[in-house]
Structures are given as structure tokens and as C-alpha cells.
Design a protein around this ligand. Structure first.
Ligand code: PMP
Length: 369
């Protein structure tokens, strides 16, 4: 079967392991030799029930989820969680860490439901760092943070501690590094980075937090309903869950989160080292908070930006254009991106430097793909 040949640094939906896509493609035609496509089986069939159960168990195993937490599969993307969290848990006020574009979106939605307190913000410097915050006196219903700021390229390496429930949007770094689930009361993440194709949203929630809800809620926005119905209150995103299961099996076969974290550290270190060495490029995020998943940088000479994008494209490097509000470049290094792709990008940056040094114009051959 033909496989993708590009080096896909896209921020999401993003690269998935080739073997996972091959298995998924086979299942679309003939799932487990059943003569049926995965797309046409009932979500109530014993076969799919075993898929959803297995996916839950894999989440539990890979992230070492304690028994008093529920693992739920929802829909509506992480964006739906921006409103579902306050709908379920905000009564007095919600405390938010304002660390970037998606954190701001979460704040905006929460404000529809009650009082929002910004505990700390890095908005003063274009969100290029993670702000310090003392939450020891926090009296909010919960604290909300974003573990990895996908657009700005910053990541939280030390999570806030307080007696208040901690809720975390882990959309862009879940399964990329070891976490202690007990540090959080609720974790949510859209699937389309390190989990699988878009469509499913993972929620890991401490049962004790759900017990505190004492109001009726619309069914599709009520975590308790999803828990009580094993994520099958309505038709779940069957294909997205199935591919997430395949992807988690791939992760398990490759040493789990512990092993992938080591590889992710190496990939990020390799690219940041080149950004820091190469006089044509400059990193955007503060050193201590540089994301391992989304590496943001810019061309020192703005005129080089377009030229380098074309130069990189000529080598099969796609998806490195920075988000429109930030500009520059963003190379996303999610779990399935191999170290070899990072090497190809680094080499392109080095060759580009040589090319600019010799003051040659980028030849048509380099620009033709
Ligand atoms: N939070 C973060 C950190 C994200 O990167 C994204 C985008 N993938 C979202 C939330 C929004 O996710 P979705 O598009 O699944 O609603």
C-alpha cells in the first residue's frame, strides 16, 4: 500500500503512524475479515463494545489512570469542553491561567456561565512564556490551565498546586510525556494530535468531582450521563475511537509514554539547537517554557520567510507555516513524527543558510516540487 512521503509537521489534524493508517484503511474496507466496514457496524455490536472497552483500558494503562477516575469519550472537540467545564463545575467562580489563544477561548466561554478570575497571564509578552502564579489562596470552584499552547509554542512543566480542583486542556501534548493523573481532577483533549483522527474528545475525570455536581444539566453536556452510559449515551464517534485504539496499541508497542517522551525530548532538542545555532532563525518562546510539541520560530530577516517555506516544501517538508496571528514558523513534533523528519528539517535550515551565505538565488530546481 502506498504510504505518505511528506514530512508532516502540521499542528493538527496531524501525522499518525503509517502502520496505524494502513490498519485503519483496511478496516474501512473489511474490518477484521467480517465482510463489513468499520464505518457501517453498529456501535451497540459486541465487536465495537469491545473496541471502546479496549480503548478505555489502553488510556488507563498508558497514562496510569487511577481507579477512582473515569475515562470518557465525547464529541464536539476540545472547544466543547470550554463550555462543558463551566456548565458542570462553575458556581461561584472559575480561575483561569491565560497562557495563549486556546486558553483565551476557554476563558471567553466560561464567562457565559459565571465569574471568571484570571489568575495569571502572559498576554503582556505575546504569550511567549508561562507566567508564575501563586494559587495557595485561590477560592475558585476550579483552576483551568492549558498544558501546551499549540499556537504560541509554550508548555507547562510545573503545574499549579492548590487545594482547588485542577482542570487541564491537554489537547496538544497528551500521551507525549509522563503525567501524574492524580495532579488533576479533570483532563480533556481533542483526539487529533497524539490520539487519532478528529472526532473524539478524551475526558479523564475524578469521580469525586462529578459527585459535587448538584444541578440538572442538558444530557449531552452532563459528564455524569457519559460516565453512567460508558460513553454510549448516543452514537459515539466509532471510527475516531477505533483509530485511537490502534494508535494507542502502536504507542504501547513502542514502549509507551515513557519511551515516546524520551524520543520527543530528543526531537525537540535537535530542532531548538539548530534554531539557536543558525543565524537566520530565532525561537519565539522563552527558553524555560519551550514546547516539545510545537516549536515556534521566525526568520530573522522577514523576507526569508516565504523563501524558506518554499525551499522546505521542495524537500517534502509541509505544515511549518506559523499560525496566522503569530507568523513565522511552527514545526509540530507529535508522537508519530520520526526523528528522521526533524533531521530533514534541520538539514534544510543548514542548507538554506549556506545558500543565503553564498548569496545565490534559490534556483528553480530547489523550488520545484
Ligand atoms: N485546545 C488546544 C490546546 C488546542 O490545540 C486546540 C486545537 N486543536 C483546541 C483546544 C481546540 O480543539 P478542537 O478543534 O478539537 O475543538
Amino acid at each position: 500500500m502506498e504510504t505518505t512521503k511528506k514530512h508532516n509537521f502540521g499542528a493538527g489534524p496531524c501525522i499518525l503512524p503509517t502502520s496505524v493508517m494502513q490498519q485503519a484503511a483496511t478496516a474501512v474496507i473489511n474490518w477484521n475479515d467480517s465482510g463489513l466496514s468499520i464505518l457501517e457496524v453498529s456501535h451497540r455490536s459486541p465487536e465495537f463494545e469491545s473496541v471502546i472497552l479496549k480503548t478505555q483500558l489502553l488510556v488507563r494503562e498508558l497514562l496510569k489512570v487511577p481507579d477512582d477516575y473515569s475515562v470518557l469519550f465525547l464529541q464536539g472537540g476540545a472547544s466543547t469542553q470550554f463550555s462543558m467545564v463551566p456548565l458542570n463545575f462553575l458556581t461561584k467562580k472559575g480561575a483561569y491561567l491565560d497562557t495563549g489563544y486556546f486558553a483565551r477561548k476557554a476563558i471567553k466561554e466560561a464567562a457565559y456561565y459565571g465569574h471568571v478570575e484570571i489568575s495569571a497571564s502572559s498576554g503582556d509578552r505575546e504569550y511567549n512564556y508561562i507566567p508564575d502564579c501563586d494559587l495557595s489562596k485561590c477560592d475558585a470552584d476550579y483552576i483551568h490551565c492549558t498544558s501546551n499552547n499549540t499556537i504560541e509554542g509554550t508548555e507547562i512543566f510545573s503545574f499549579p498546586r492548590s487545594g482547588v480542583p485542577l482542570i487541564c486542556d491537554m489537547s496538544s501534548d497528551i500521551f507525549s510525556r509522563v503525567i501524574n493523573v492524580r495532579d488533576f481532577d479533570l483532563i480533556y483533549a481533542g483526539a487529533q494530535k497524539n490520539m487519532g483522527p478528529a472526532g473524539m474528545t478524551l475526558v479523564i475525570v475524578k469521580n469525586g468531582l462529578l459527585d459535587k455536581i448538584n444541578k440538572p444539566l442538558p444530557s449531552m453536556s452532563d459528564y455524569r450521563i457519559f460516565k453512567d452510559n460508558q460513553s454510549m449515551f448516543n452514537t459515539p464517534p466509532v471510527f475516531s475511537i477505533y483509530v485511537a485504539m490502534l494508535n494507542m496499541l502502536w504507542l504501547k508497542d513502542n514502549g509507551g509514554v515513557e519511551a515516546i517522551e524520551q524520543l520527543n525530548i530528543r526531537k525537540a532538542a535537535r530542532l531548538y539547537a539548530e534554531i539557536d545555532r543558525n543565524p537566520l532563525f530565532a525561537g519565539l518562546a522563552g527558553l524555560a517554557h519551550r514546547s516539545r510539541m510545537n516549536v515556534t520560530f521566525r526568520a530573522v530577516e522577514p523576507a526569508h520567510e516565504r523563501t524558506f517555506l518554499d525551499f522546505a516544501l521542495g524537500r517534502g517538508i509541509v505544515g511549518i507555516k506559523g499560525y496566522r496571528t503569530v507568523g513565522g514558523f511552527r514545526a509540530s513534533l507529535y508522537n508519530a513524527l520520526p526523528l528522521e523528519s526533524v533531521e530533514v528539517l534541520v538539514k534544510a535550515m543548514q542548507d538554506f543558510e549556506e545558500l543565503m551565505k553564498s548569496n545565490m538565488k534559490v534556483s528553480d530546481t530547489e523550488l520545484t516540487y
